[in-house]
Structures are given as C-alpha cells and as structure tokens.
Design a binder for this molecule. Structure first.
Ligand code: FAD
Length: 331
C-alpha cells in the first residue's frame, strides 16, 4: 500500500459531474484530487447537448469560452419529422431573451475541455487511471478518504470531503450503503454517427418511428445518431451487417439515405432510471448519475449533474476555504 498526497476534496469519477465539480470548486481556494478509472476521455456516448442552464453555469465558472472555442455548435430549435408526413413541427430550444445559448458538442470533447480548464485553474490534481475500490473512515465511521487502484499499486488519499461522481453503477454509493433500485426501460439507445446530409440544418432533429425514434444532433463535421432499439437487442445491432444496419437506420430517418453511416464507437446502452433516497451519508456526498439518472431522450442528465456540482461547490466551497475542520454544519 502506497500513501499519497491529501486534498481538500476527493472527487471520484471524471465524467461531467466530477469535471463540473472540479471547475466549480476552482472559484474557491480548494485543492481537488480527481480520480478517474478510464485512461482517456471518449469512447462513450453520454449526450452532446448543453442546455442554457448548463452553459449559464459554464459562464459563471469561466469555462464557456473554451467550450465555444472547441467548435460547439449553437442551435435554437428542435424539429420533429415523420417519414411519410415530413416535418410535423419545430419547437424553440431557447426561451426568448435567454441569456445563455443551447450548445452541442461531442461528449468526449466536453469532457476534454472541462478537464483542461480544471487543470489550468491550478488547484486540481488528476490521477488516471485510478479506480476507487473502497472508502477510508475514522473511528466514528465518517468518511475520510478513498482507496484506489492504479498501475503503480493501491493508493490511499485522505480529504475533508469525498464526492462520488462515479456514475450510475457507483462503487462509492455502494460502499456508503445507499441502495438504489434501478428501473429498466423497455428500450435501449444505439449510438452511431453519419456524414452530414446536405439538407441537414443545424437543429436537433427527431424522426418519429413506431419501431423506435431517431435523434440526430449536429457535430462539427458529422451528425450524431441516437436510435431507440429494443431492450436486450444490443448484440444483434452490433453484429448486424453494414447493409442491414444502414437499411434499418434510413427506414427510420430517410434524411440519412445518401450519406455514409459510421460504426466506430457504436454501442447499445441499456437504459434505466434511478434515484437515491439520500445524497449525503457519513459525511460523503453523491451527485450526478450516482445520485439520479433518467432516460437520456429527455436530455436532462448533464444538466442535473452540472446543477448539482454547482450547488455543492457553492455550499461547501466557502466552508472549505475557511478551513472548517468538519463540514457537518453545511452537509
Ligand atoms: C447513451 C446516453 C445518451 C445520453 N444523452 C444525454 C443527452 O443528450 N443529454 C444529457 O443531458 N444527458 C444525456 N445522457 C445522460 C448523461 O450522460 C449523464 O446523466 C451524465 O453524463 C452523468 O454524468 P456523471 O459524471 O454523473 O456520470 P458518467 O458520465 O457516467 O461519469 C462517471 C465517471 O466516473 C468514472 N468512474 C466510474 N467508476 C469509477 C471508479 N470506481 N473510480 C474512478 N472513476 C470511476 C467513469 O469512468 C466516468 O468517467 C445520456 C446517457 C447515455 C447513457
């Protein structure tokens, strides 16, 4: 067992919730140790939409310009299409006089930008790959740190606050003894990409279909595809021939008929909703999908994760900055 440096806050998980928290805490004089089990960002579909509520937080944390600079696309409407009836309607995604934009950026890019910003602010240390496996506690049972596995061996770090941002299958949440009953949906989400059709305008675009709708979202040079498929059918979709996959996607979203469909990184996600009965236990906190997750078609997961990160930082940041030994007064 190797001992490693302490921090004020240990954040377990470098997804949107963890990175958002690191950026939000950067406004306070607080040392953050960020543990992430993946070697690098990317390789997962976790949504590209940054709603005005999220971009408002980014503006407050000083990271919005970097997100824009990474070629985020600004969009303002959602189009609903039907394969026989054509465009059914258009809906605004941004309220009139909204202060902040609706931006779309590939999820991996959002993570890269937030990580770059968190590190640039100078108070966050990243350890990756680092997989949290257990919690450290004091004599009273209060959580004081994290044990985690790295290629260098098993490390332990201590901090005044541990925050679980390790997603829907949170190990930290399990170690805190917070039981969450996940309720699975009857559909799953197939993530793919296609070249951008000439007639595609910068908008979120939903194609209704009785077998499962298709969501198209703008990416810098392509369009992202999210298609609802039957729960448990993942293997079938991943093994399907290119021709069959193409025919099924284009049947549902005819706008893709003349463009190439790309399968690299394709994955089928089984979908569940879950809500933890409490967010604080033994002095540790859970946020993001570790605390609550919902159907991605609502486009709310990142908004909730970032909202929780901002609220938590504002709650504990001042107390941590003042050097309060225990946070029980605010948590
Ligand atoms: C297919 C799909 C599409 C989605 N589309 C949208 C969308 O369009 N808009 C939207 O708002 N939301 C969407 N969501 C939901 C959204 O992605 C999540 O709500 C959001 O990413 C939650 O962020 P998080 O950081 O809590 O969890 P995650 O993004 O899951 O991140 C958790 C992180 O913790 C790391 N980790 C896990 N265990 C450990 C461990 N033991 N030790 C260290 N690190 C660990 C993981 O590697 C990961 O980086 C989608 C989700 C899915 C699955």
């Amino acid at each position: 067992m190797i001992a490693s440096d302490d921090a004020d806050v240990i954040v377990v998980g470098g997804g949107i919730a963890g990175l958002g928290l690191a950026c939000a805490l950067a406004r306070y004089d607080v040392r953050v140790l960020l543990l992430e089990k993946r070697k690098a960002s990317g390789g997962i579909h976790r949504g590209d939409s940054l709603l005005p509520r999220s971009t408002g937080l980014f503006a407050r944390w000083g990271v919005l310009d970097a997100i824009r600079g990474a070629q985020a696309q600004e969009i303002s409407r959602l189009e609903i299409h039907h394969r026989r009836m054509g465009k059914l309607c258009e809906l605004p995604l941004v309220q009139p006089r909204a202060q902040h934009p609706y931006l779309v950026l590939p999820h991996a890019k959002i993570e890269q930008v937030l990580l770059g910003q968190a590190l640039a602010f100078g108070r966050t240390t990243l350890v990756r790959p680092a997989k949290a496996v257990d919690l450290l506690r004091d004599d009273t049972g209060r959580v004081t740190g994290v044990r985690y596995e790295t290629p260098r061996g098993t490390l332990e770090s201590r901090a005044r606050l541990v925050v679980a941002c390790d997603g829907g299958r949170s190990i930290v949440r399990a170690r805190l003894g917070i039981d969450v009953a996940a309720r699975f949906y009857d559909h799953a989400y197939l993530g793919l990409e296609a070249d951008r059709p000439a007639s595609y305008e910068n908008a979120m675009r939903v194609h209704f279909h009785e077998k499962g709708g298709v969501l198209l979202m703008p990416r810098p040079t392509r369009v992202g595809i999210g298609m609802l498929v039957e729960a448990g059918s993942g293997e079938r979709w991943i093994r399907m021939s290119d021709d069959e996959l193409r025919a099924k996607v284009c049947e549902r979203a005819p706008i893709l008929r003349d463009v190439a469909i790309h399968r690299e990184g394709a994955h089928v996600y089984e979908l569940a909703r879950a809500h933890a009965p409490r967010y604080v236990q033994d002095g540790a906190v859970i946020i993001g999908d570790a605390a609550h997750c919902t159907n991605p078609t609502a486009g709310q997961g990142m908004t909730m994760a970032l909202g929780s990160a901002g609220a938590l930082a504002d709650l504990v940041g001042p107390a941590l900055e003042r050097g309060e030994a225990r946070l029980s007064r605010v948590l």
